[in-house]
Design a protein around this ligand. Structure first.
Ligand code: ADP
Length: 401
C-alpha cells in the first residue's frame, strides 16, 4: 500500500511516498519558492541514484502539485504507474482548533471547518487548504486525510488551556492554549514507551521538541496534559526566530515607545527574535561554534535557551507528579549533546542524571543516555512526523472512517 504525505507551506510543498508494508520511503521531494521567479523542485526516488532537480517558475500550488504527480508517475524518476496506485494522501494541517481530536477523512464539511480556523492560523491553514485542493485535483478519487498539529493536545484540561482573561474572549474568539507539534510529541512518546517496554497508557513523559520551532509537552498516562506553545506557536520556549514567553506588556510598551506598529511587533517576535535576535543566526550549529570561540552573545543565547527548557522541565515534573522519562527530539534535541547536558545540569536531586559518554555518542537511533542509578530515563528519540502522518492515514483507511 502506498501513502503519500503532503506538507504544504505558503510557498512550498514537501512530500514523501511511503510503501507501508515495510514503512520505506519510495520517493520524496521539496518544491520551494512557489510564485517566485525561480522556483525549485528536488525529487529523490528509489528509481534513480541522483535526485531530479528542476529550477523554473512555478506559478502556484496547483502547478506545483501537477509537477509532483507527474514526477511520481514519471518513467525515469517515478515509482508508480498511475496516481490511482496511491491508496490515500495524508495532509499535515496546522490548526484544527477544538474541532479535531483525531485524523479525519477530508470532505466538504472538513474543508469548511479548516477554513473557519483560518483566523487562528492565518499563515498556515490557507496554505494547507491550497495543498488539499490541489491534491484533490491531481489525485482524483484518492482519499485525503487531515492530520492536525493540534490534535494530540485536545485533551489538555481546562485549567491548563485557559488564559486568565475574561471568559467572553474564550467564548467569542476561542482564545485558549491549543499547542502544536502534536504529531511529533505523540510519535516520540509512543516510541519512548516501546523502547522502555512500558504501556504508553501508564507512562509519564516530558517530550522536548527542539527544531527551528521548539516546544515541550507534559504527557500523563500517554495523554498530553500541558504544552508550551499556546494559542499560536509563539508561546513557550526560545526558538530559532521566536521569542517564546515574554511579558505581554512589552507589546504595548513597544507600540508606545518605538516606531513599530502591531504588525511589525508580530513580525519582530515571530521572525526576528529567539536565537536569531540574540545572535544574528537561528542555526544552533553556528551558535555553538560561536560560543566555543567565545562570543558573549552566543554564550548568553545558549544560557537563556537551556535555562528556559530547564524551567519548563521543573514545572511539568510538578504538574505530572511522577515522571518516567525525559525525551529529546528534532534537529537540536537529537544532535546536540551540549544542549541536552545544559538543560539537565543540576537536576540530579530530582532524579535526572545524564551519562556524559552516552550523551556524546552520536548514534542516530533511539537511545537512553541517563547515568546509572538515574531514577528517570533520559532518551533521544528521532522524530518522524511524516511516517506518523502516514501511519495515522493508514489507520483511517483501515477503520473506514
Ligand atoms: P525544522 O523545525 O525546520 O524541522 P529541525 O528539526 O531540522 O528543524 O532542526 C533545525 C535545527 O537543528 C537548527 O537550529 C540546526 O542548527 C539544528 N541542528 C542540526 N544538527 C545539529 C547539530 N549537530 N548540533 C546542533 N544543532 C543542530
Amino acid at each position: 500500500m502506498n501513502i503519500l504525505v503532503i506538507n504544504t507551506g505558503s510557498s512550498s510543498i514537501k512530500y514523501q511516498l511511503f510503501h507501508m508494508e515495510d514503512q520505506s520511503v519510495r520517493a520524496s521531494g521539496l518544491l520551494e519558492r512557489i510564485g517566485e521567479p525561480a522556483g525549485r523542485l528536488k525529487h529523490s526516488s528509489i528509481k534513480s541514484e541522483s535526485p531530479f532537480v528542476m529550477e523554473k517558475h512555478i506559478a502556484d500550488h496547483e502547478t506545483g502539485m501537477r509537477e509532483i504527480a507527474g514526477l511520481l508517475t514519471d518513467a525515469k524518476f517515478g515509482v508508480i504507474k498511475n496516481v490511482s496506485e496511491v491508496a490515500a494522501i495524508g495532509h499535515r494541517v496546522v490548526h484544527g482548533g477544538e474541532a479535531f481530536h483525531d485524523p479525519v477523512l477530508i470532505d466538504d464539511t472538513v474543508i469548511k471547518a479548516i477554513e473557519e480556523h483560518i483566523p487562528l492560523a492565518p499563515l498556515h491553514n490557507p496554505a494547507n487548504l491550497t495543498g488539499i485542493r490541489a491534491a484533490i485535483s491531481f489525485f482524483p478519487g484518492v482519499p485525503q486525510v487531515g492530520i492536525f498539529d493540534t490534535a494530540f493536545h485536545t485533551g489538555i484540561p481546562r485549567h491548563a488551556y485557559h488564559y486568565a482573561i475574561p471568559n467572553e474572549y474564550y467564548k467569542k474568539l476561542k482564545i485558549r492554549r491549543y499547542g502544536f507539534h502534536g504529531t511529533s510529541h505523540s510519535y516520540v512518546a509512543k516510541k519512548a514507551a516501546e523502547f522502555l517496554d512500558r504501556d504508553i497508557a501508564r507512562t509519564n513523559l516530558i517530550t522536548i521538541h527542539l527544531g527551528n520551532g521548539c516546544s515541550i509537552t507534559a504527557i500523563k498516562n500517554g495523554q498530553s496534559i500541558d504544552t508550551s506553545m499556546g494559542m499560536t506557536p509563539l508561546e513557550g520556549l526560545i526558538m530559532g526566530t521566536r521569542s517564546g514567553d515574554i511579558d505581554p506588556a512589552i507589546h504595548f510598551y513597544l507600540a508606545d515607545h518605538s516606531d513599530l506598529k502591531f504588525h511589525d511587533i508580530d513580525n519582530l517576535l515571530n521572525k526576528e527574535s529567539g536565537l536569531k535576535g540574540l545572535t544574528g543566526t537561528n542555526d544552533m550549529r553556528d551558535i555553538l561554534k560561536m560560543r566555543r570561540e567565545g562570543s558573549h552573545d552566543a554564550v548568553l543565547a545558549v544560557d537563556m535557551y537551556t535555562y528556559r527548557i530547564k524551567k519548563y522541565i521543573g514545572a511539568y515534573y510538578a504538574a505530572l507528579g511522577k515522571l518516567d522519562a525525559v525525551v529529546f527530539t528534532a534537529g537540536i534535541g537529537e544532535n546536540s549533546a551540549e544542549i541536552r547536558a545544559l538543560c539537565l545540569e543540576g537536576l540530579e536531586d530530582m532524579g535526572i542524571a545524564v551519562d556524559s559518554a552516552k550523551n556524546e555518542s552520536n548514534k542516530r537511533t533511539i537511545r537512553s543516555v541517563q547515568a546509572k542509578g538515574s531514577k528517570i530515563a533520559v532518551l533521544i528519540v528521532p522524530t518522524n512526523e511524516e511516517l506518523e502522518i502516514a501511519l495515522q492515514t493508514q489507520e483511517i483507511l483501515r477503520n473506514g472512517k
